[in-house]
Design a protein around this ligand. Structure first.
Ligand SMILES: [Zn+2]
Length: 319
């Protein structure tokens, strides 16, 4: 593996944080490339080192790997991948990884640039799959909506793609990955059907959900519920007064019963949801987990629990 990535790429990165850039320029040319040249990569104890970007992907990777591979996640519960500022340690971890599992479609933004520059192993973008019919981002035609995991059937493609990448890099454990995937995919298949039934139990005229940022379009298309949000698919945008007024009008016109907070977005966006509810008389339907799982003590610490919790929250509020 050539070491050129260690030396050249930081020069092509105008947007990196100063701290990360300094780390990449000053530290990685020494330690990172030494690590790459050393066949005994630290921390591996002979196992594959797999780095997952989001908490959803970390969960699926853990399900597939069990303890035959070392799985390390980068985002922590509650962190927002759109605006996540990579830590210096992330660059080092990505550099050492045999496999990096990411969402793709530019979901990881800042972290994606670090992956492009620092990964020396295989990188798999699990949502970039021909079987997934992407939704356009109306504000940026070059980048499709990345929130594909909210269609559970699409998340099953994530699992298959991760399984295939693991098997390719670690064929000795192929049977293990295949068995783990089979069990997990069966659970997800059941979950997909359950979500459909639950959402269908809401009378069709009440099947309208309003959230802070536009994370639920794949969910809406898969399970037949209309989805509206204050801002678009990236949380980097600020809420605009015109958009808020339009949404208020929609809530009034359609008699939307409840609006939802999101766990991983800014306080300002959740406050805007609160303001719209107050202005329109709609109720607050609770908090949905959008771009991150919850922590261990939450009801949404795994992908399956997160989907179940969100759906129960939606059905309770809108039915
Ligand atoms: Zn998002």
């Amino acid at each position: 593996m050539p070491d050129s990535a260690c030396h050249t790429c930081p020069l092509r990165t105008p947007f990196l944080l100063t701290a990360v850039l300094a780390f990449v320029v000053l530290v990685l040319p020494v330690t990172g490339c030494d690590l790459a040249a050393d066949p005994q990569r630290p921390g591996e104890d002979g196992r594959l080192l797999v780095v997952a970007t989001t908490t959803m992907i970390e969960d699926l990777t853990q399900r597939l790997a069990g303890d035959v591979a070392e799985v390390r996640g980068i985002l922590r519960p509650g962190e927002d991948p759109h605006v996540y500022r990579p830590r210096p340690a992330d660059a080092e971890l990505i550099h050492r990884a045999d496999l990096v599992l990411a969402n793709g479609h530019y979901f990881e933004e800042g972290l994606g640039r670090i992956i492009d520059q620092q990964a020396t192993g295989t990188v798999a973008h699990l949502a970039e799959d021909e079987r997934i019919t992407t939704l356009e981002d109306l504000e940026d035609a070059a980048a499709p909506d990345p929130h594909c995991w909210f269609n559970v059937a699409y998340f099953m493609y994530y699992v298959e793609n991760a399984r295939d990448a693991l098997i390719e890099l670690d064929p000795d454990n192929a049977d293990h990955y295949r068995k783990q995937a089979e069990v997990y995919l069966a659970e997800l298949d059941e979950l997909h059907a359950w979500v459909g039934e639950q959402i269908a139990s809401i009378p069709s005229e009440q099947r309208v959900m309003v959230t802070g940022h536009d994370a639920f379009q794949y969910f809406g298309r898969a399970y037949d519920i209309e989805v509206h949000a204050i801002i678009g698919i990236s949380t980097e945008q600020q809420p605009r007064p015109d958009d808020i007024r339009q949404l208020e009008q929609l809530v009034r016109d359609r008699g939307v019963q409840a609006l939802f907070f999101e766990s991983s977005i800014s306080h300002a966006l959740n406050q805007a949801i609160r303001d719209i509810a107050q202005a329109t008389g709609a109720t607050l339907g609770g908090e949905l987990y959008s771009d991150s799982l919850g922590d261990e003590d939450s009801p949404a610490s795994t992908y399956i629990d997160m989907v179940r919790y969100n759906v129960e929250t939606i059905v309770t509020a809108l039915k």
